[in-house]
Design a protein around this ligand. Structure first.
Ligand code: ADP
Ligand code: MG
Length: 869
């Protein structure tokens, strides 16, 4: 292909374009695909070059304090004790290695999430329709485009059936553009190239076929992406607030350390040693891991959620997930199984003819297809085909080709109708199916004995009564009609003056797990709300069955909702559990009304028109199986099983992730506080410093990483769904939270000092060894306290093996440093007597014993009060 030709495809005819690209409407063959893939590469936007291992590793040293420490250690190699400065260097490097590993672990889980939500595309290849990964599209491929798809590459249109595309992502124009196939003369701008489709734009209506003219960075989207390649991944609100808190905290710690440095020098300690000690204290006390703990917890949590069928598209949404207080859910497919079966027919007129016509309409006004005996497509429509095959068993393909389709008006949830124009015998007949109310209003005739006769009031009443009877049983009802036309095209205005044929009633039972999931919502303080395009009576029947519609609550239709003023809705909204016959625009109003009341709303949606409501909701939930690309694009969560129960599980996970993050932070901050408090105390009391610089760095290495990550692996606890949702504006660092950190820190510091005093009776070196050992060991034990609010007996020691592992490894390393000779001198520890070692173990255990004891007492008294109740 010549450079520059690419831009001119809109000027060529469809035949010229196909010839130029060596393609045809049947699509490319295997060889061509392979050749083109080699020539042009994958259909992907070039990603910003990722940071390499080395650069991530070195960025761990960018911290000013670590640099000071490095310099101090380097200088003291020449002046002081060579061994311990080397150890300091090694420990810092190990810390950096751990930091680097954490960075890549987080990045890897994020990437695997991105892959999970990467789009599929539909193409024609070798005469067959195929679903392939969008990345493997090549120039010359034939794209099949349908309402709801995101266009996967740039292309020249070959066919357009009322195809409309929203190109706002490229042109900023919010109105959809109607697409044509004719060549365009002269030079026109992107927005006017109406016979082209562009990567990243959204098909909002109709169907079409296009030949791919550009992929990857060679698309219009690619050109823009090149300009915007600099964008960085943004931090979540939690990370932002923790960063701010961390900065403040670091400032305070630096002042304390400066004070301590001053005191050390004043008391005549060696300058370099004082500096090294003060800086090591700062490094150990500043919780540099806060922000990365959040990333790791969120990333680990989301990969777990993905295994449980909920894919989160960004980390920010995970944070608000735990705050969700309202779930607005579709009925069909989400609360119900989406396995429909036709249960009954109702014929408007008389005679075998009527039934035949009803079945034929059901088969022809239908977009499902049969492949290898399997019926594929929208469940509402596959049910109709399955019913036809059961009744007639005729060759499906043969039948469809006997009555060719000339034109169509696709189904949308605003009209709630779908029409096709078929050649039946010598006549052109429009067949329409859809919601009973939307059709009966427009019916002028009925089909009876093979004839059309004017419809009477009685006919209408009979049909409405039948519709009501079906709906009360929770059946989904479709009406069918026809209309003879004398033209080869269809427009929306044609959907009037129908000849009513009859009704079909389908059953779609609730999913087994829906009822329990709804009950879980209610105990968790979350209100489930059903929003459906289906009939009010059908919707209410299902809603009652699963427990969404309870006494004192009611169902309203979209029309009734239009009559309710905003003020009235504000008052009534808590009573309305079911919205029936709604359009996507109503969804936005419902989300808005709840949000105004301060609620965090999750909203499901599957169609193109649902995208605005999904964006407006705090958590937009798209359907992985039946949802359109456009809805997946707009959503922040995708359900791979389309199941309501999965939303509830995801919320529980969201709550759990948040509480794990809180617990990790509590663990880190209380431990750091204890170290600082012990040093401040000895400094003020003019006692020898309790820790060597290596000690502090060792503690930082052992206790800051693994135990904190182990806490973020904590599984959801049973009582997670027994509390009301957290308020979204609740800060993580509340007064209670900080008080608890203070108390726990104080407790550990007190016992560390007890061990220190015991050691002082022998020597400063023993005191320092004992203080170090106690602080380190106590913080390892403290990891168990930090797993949750409950006592360890209630949580179970074995329910988090990671925390056991982190404890075991830490303990092993600590005792190696305390007991093994070469390590002893490297880490500046001395031999402890049997008695003193026991003393250390006792002091290290004491804070945990006290904390656990207070919890056990609380749990016992709580149980008592519960029993009294
Ligand atoms: P929901 O998914 O909440 O059940 P829909 O918007 O899919 O709502 O459907 C609303 C109504 O439109 C249905 O009750 C049915 O009468 C009608 N309908 C649904 N699917 C189709 C279709 N494929 N063709 C024609 N009418 C349909
Ligand atoms: Mg639907």
């Amino acid at each position: 292909m010549k450079i520059g030709v690419r831009d001119m495809f809109y000027k060529m005819s469809t035949e010229e374009t196909l010839e130029q690209l060596n393609s045809s409407k049947e699509g490319l063959n295997e060889e061509q695909i392979k050749a083109n893939e080699e020539k042009y590469g994958l259909n992907q936007l070039a990603e910003e070059r990722r940071q390499g291992v080395l650069s991530v590793f070195f960025s761990q040293f960018k911290d000013l304090l670590v640099l000071i420490l490095l310099v101090a250690a380097a200088v003291s190699i020449f002046t002081g004790d060579l061994e311990s400065t080397l150890v300091i260097l090694v420990v810092i490097v190990l810390n950096a290695v751990l930091g680097t590993a954490q960075h890549f672990k987080a990045e890897m889980s994020l990437n695997s999430l991105k892959k999970l939500s990467s789009p599929l595309a539909k193409v024609m290849r070798g005469g067959h329709r195929r679903g392939i990964e969008a990345a493997h599209i090549v120039v010359g491929d034939i794209l099949v485009l349908e309402a709801g798809d995101v266009v996967p590459a740039d292309g020249r249109l070959l066919e357009s059936y009322s195809l409309q595309v929203n190109e706002s992502s490229l042109t900023g124009e919010t109105e959809s553009v109607s697409k044509i196939t004719d060549a365009i003369e002269g030079n026109v701008v992107l927005g006017d190239q109406d016979n082209m489709v562009f990567s990243g734009t959204q098909v909002t209506y109709g169907r079409g076929l296009a030949v791919v003219t550009g992929i990857g960075m060679n698309t219009e989207l690619g050109k823009i992406a090149q300009l915007m390649n600099e964008t960085k991944e943004r931090k979540t609100p939690l990370q932002v607030s923790l960063d701010a808190f961390g900065k403040k905290l670091s400032f305070i710690i630096l002042i304390i350390c400066a004070g301590i440095l001053g005191l050390c020098i004043y008391r005549g300690m060696d300058l370099l040693d004082s500096l090294m000690f003060a800086v090591a204290l700062a490094v150990a006390a500043i919780p540099e891991a806060l922000s990365s703990i959040v990333t790791i917890s969120l990333a680990l949590g989301t990969s777990k959620m993905a295994k449980e069928n909920a894919i989160m598209k960004n980390l920010k949404a995970v944070e608000s997930l735990g705050c969700v207080s309202i779930i607005c859910s579709d009925k069909t497919g989400t609360l119900t199984r989406n396995k429909m079966t036709v249960r009954d027919l109702f014929l408007a007129g008389k005679g075998e003819d009527s039934k035949e016509r009803l079945l034929l309409s059901a088969l022809l006004c239908n977009d499902s297809s049969v492949t290898d005996g399997k019926v594929l497509g929208d469940p509402t429509e596959t049910a109709l085909v399955e019913y036809y095959l059961k009744e007639h068993g005729e060759n499906y393909a043969q039948l469809c080709s006997r009555y060719p389709r000339i034109a169509e008006l696709p189904f949308d949830s605003d009209r709630k109708l779908m029409s096709t124009l078929q050649q039946i015998g010598g006549e052109l007949v429009m067949l329409t199916k859809g919601a009973v109310d939307a059709m009966l209003h427009q019916a002028s005739f009925i089909y009876s004995n093979g004839q059309e006769r004017p419809i009477t009031q009685e006919d209408i009443q009979l049909a409405q009564e039948q519709n009501h009877a079906y709906s009360e049983k929770g059946l989904r009802v479709l009406a069918f009609a026809q209309k003879k036309l004398n033209k080869e095209t269809l427009e929306l205005g044609d959907e009037t003056d129908f000849t009513f044929i009859g009704l079909m009633a389908m059953q779609d039972p609730p999913r087994e797990e829906s009822k329990a999931a709804v009950a879980d919502c209610l105990t968790a303080g979350i209100m489930p709300v059903m929003i459906t395009g289906d009939h009010k009576v059908t919707a209410s029947a299902i809603a009652e069955e699963v427990g969404i519609l309870r006494p004192g609550q009611r169902a309203v239709t979209g029309m009734e909702l239009d009559e309710i003023s905003d003020q009235q809705l504000d008052k009534d909204i808590a009573e309305i559990a079911v919205y029936a016959r709604v359009t996507p625009a109503h969804k936005i109003r419902i989300v808005d009304a709840w949000q105004k009341k301060g609620h965090i709303v999750a909203m499901t949606g599957d169609g193109v028109n649902d995208a605005p409501a999904l964006k407006k909701a705090d958590i937009g939930v798209a359907m992985g199986i039946t949802g359109t690309d456009v809805s997946k694009d707009a959503a922040s969560m995708i359900l791979t099983d389309d199941n309501f129960a999965t939303i509830v599980k995801a919320i529980a996970n969201g709550r759990n992730i948040y509480s794990n993050i809180k617990n990790s932070i509590k663990f880190l901050l209380s431990g750091n506080t204890s170290g600082i408090l012990a040093v401040v105390y000895t400094s003020l009391m003019a006692l020898p410093i309790p820790f060597m610089a290596v000690h502090l760095l060792f503690i930082n290495l052992i206790t800051d990483s693994l135990p904190a990550i182990a806490i973020s692996m904590e599984k959801p606890k049973a009582d997670l769904l027994q509390e009301p949702p957290r308020r979204s504006d609740e800060p993580i660092l509340t007064k209670n939270f900080l008080t608890e950190i203070g108390i726990q820190g104080l407790l550990i510091a007190a016992f560390t000092l007890a061990a220190y005093y015991q050691g002082l009776t022998i020597s400063t070196a023993t005191a320092s060894t004992m203080a170090f050992a106690t602080l380190c060991f106590a913080r390892l034990w403290h990891g168990f306290n930090s797993r949750g609010k409950q006592s360890i007996f209630k949580m179970g020691l074995l329910t988090n093996v990671y925390s056991l592992g982190a404890f075991a490894l830490g303990t092993l390393l600590l005792f190696a440093v305390l007991l093994i000779d070469p390590l002893q001198s490297l880490f500046q520890t001395v031999d402890l007597s049997q008695g003193n070692l026991t003393y250390v173990v006792g002091c290290a255990l004491a804070p945990t014993v006290l904390i656990q004891l207070s919890r056990v007492i609380r749990e016992l008294t709580q149980r008592k009060t519960n029993e009294v109740k």
